[in-house]
Design a protein around this ligand. Sequence first.
Ligand code: HEM
Length: 151
Amino acid sequence: MTQTQSKYRTTSERRAEIQTRAAEMGIDDEYISCLVETFYNRVKEDKILGPIFAKNISNWDVHLPKMKDFWSSVALHSSRYSGQPVPAHVKLASEVEPRHFTLWLALFKQTLKDTAPSEAAIPYFMERAERIAQSLQLSMFGDPALPELQS
Ligand code: HEM
């Protein structure tokens, strides 16, 4: 069997497929830049989330490009992001609660509804945001279904 007939796709073939599918929904780096800018402008204005971010983000000129790389990696598999979201959020566990994640997700959804290039782009981003939010919360707060370990 030759390389081109292989049933296994290479990483770059898989990436090209994902980017084609995303492009059909109007999702590209230009839209991701718009989404991230609009979302964090709203976060900054939010009565509850705004002060948490203001206190913990020292430089928005660093945070915003990082978040664009993050969403480009998540939505387009561009591999541009190589940070560590878990420790970045675990250190916020004393001031961030599950209700803040609920607010974050609601604001993200509203931003998508207002800016998305197609209807399909909304669940495409929301499914990914919800999955990552779940996993961050598990790292921060543990699994509420499990009993606390006795020390
Ligand atoms: C209420 C919910 C959230 C709060 C308050 C929050 C807050 C923050 C803050 C303050 C930072 C900067 C940390 C630092 O630079 O030391 C950060 C980084 C980050 N956040 Fe969140 N976040 C929330 C939810 C989310 C969600 C749901 C996602 C993904 C879907 C996310 C993705 C990230 C990423 C990728 C970084 C960059 C981490 C790195 O430095 O590589 N965050 N967040």
